[in-house]
Design a binder for this molecule. Structure first.
Ligand SMILES: C[S@@+](CC[C@H](N)C(=O)[O-])C[C@H]1O[C@@H](n2cnc3c(N)ncnc32)[C@H](O)[C@@H]1O
Length: 280
């Protein structure tokens, strides 16, 4: 069950900062697409951004959150609670559907679990989705990290807390966040958990919700298997690190004075982008 978002404004503002990167697939949209469906559209502001920049497509939103659906409709977009509702209304005219999944797959795996996530994968083809552009968090290259002590993670958190206290800074100390994280996910003793912690430590107002959400719920092989079972082929795949995020980690954790952490941060990725084409 999804935890309530304690502050929608903060949640939605966080999403908007990344629209440029989230629209990465627009340079490779196939010529036969006429409808772009934003699956997990939140308040519809990404649809608005897309429509402003690429007005030639029909745009539709899907979200399971009723409040977000209402906000999307207020912006003037067709919006549905799930893909079935959309496909009932949608008549395939001349063009095909491209489904966008930005930062939603990890939520599906976290809150619905693997069997339901597999059902959702299966529903894409049944409901006429020919193309999928997927972007989510993904850690690659994190195998070089082997222990919390090696990275001096506790020391770094304590130093950062002292600095924040003198600046009247954070609501929850970094040390407490690390403790909360380890209670929820176990000791940070591998690169996957370290990346997971680094991806979420800076959330404060929605900390309780973010804490329990699994940002990195699938491994590469499982994801490929799910995609293959859903009968899609991967035609583009990229793993990368968001530059501002890396810079934030380097600054926040004083990586210049912590070589093991610096080496880790330099190597690990934070996100992936995949473009899928229906294999039929
Ligand atoms: C992290 S937000 C991402 C919002 C937006 N795609 C973006 O990147 O800015 C995830 C969104 O997906 C929605 N969501 C999660 N699971 C869903 C599901 N199974 N079906 C439809 N929407 C879902 C949530 O309500 C939320 O609005």
């Amino acid at each position: 069950m999804c935890k309530t978002i304690s502050d929608n404004g903060v949640y939605l503002r966080g999403m908007r900062n990344t629209f440029h990167d989230k629209s990465w697939f627009m340079s490779i949209v196939p010529f036969d697409v006429d409808t772009i469906v934003d699956f997990g559209c939140a308040d519809g502001s990404f649809l608005e951004y897309m429509k402003r920049n690429w007005p030639e497509y029909r745009y539709v939103g899907i979200d399971e959150n009723e409040e977000f659906l209402a906000m999307t409709r207020e912006r003037g977009f067709e919006a549905y609670g799930n893909l079935m509702e959309f496909s009932k209304k949608h008549s395939n005219g001349d063009g095909n559907v491209l489904l966008v999944m930005n930062s939603v797959l990890h939520e599906i795996y976290t809150y619905k679990g693997i069997p339901q996530a597999e059902e959702i994968w299966g529903a894409f083809l049944r409901n006429g989705v020919k193309y999928i552009a997927l972007r989510d968090m993904y850690a690659r290259g994190c195998g070089i990290f082997s222990s919390k002590t090696e990275a001096n993670l506790l020391d770094v958190c304590e130093q950062k807390d002292k600095h924040a206290a003198s600046n009247n800074g954070e609501l929850i100390s970094l040390h407490d966040k690390l403790s909360d994280f380890e209670r929820q996910w176990g000791e940070v003793n591998d690169g996957y958990k370290l990346t997971h912690f680094l991806l979420k430590y800076f959330y404060s107002l929605n900390w309780e919700r973010e804490l329990v959400e699994n940002y990195l719920p699938f491994h590469y092989r499982e994801l490929h298997e799910a995609i293959r079972s859903a009968r899609y082929d991967i035609t583009f795949e990229s793993f990368y690190a968001i530059p501002w995020l890396k810079q934030k980690w380097l600054n926040d954790f004083d990586c210049d004075t912590h070589p093991a952490l610096h080496a880790f941060v330099s190597k690990v990725t934070t996100h992936m982008k995949l473009f899928l084409v229906c294999g039929e």
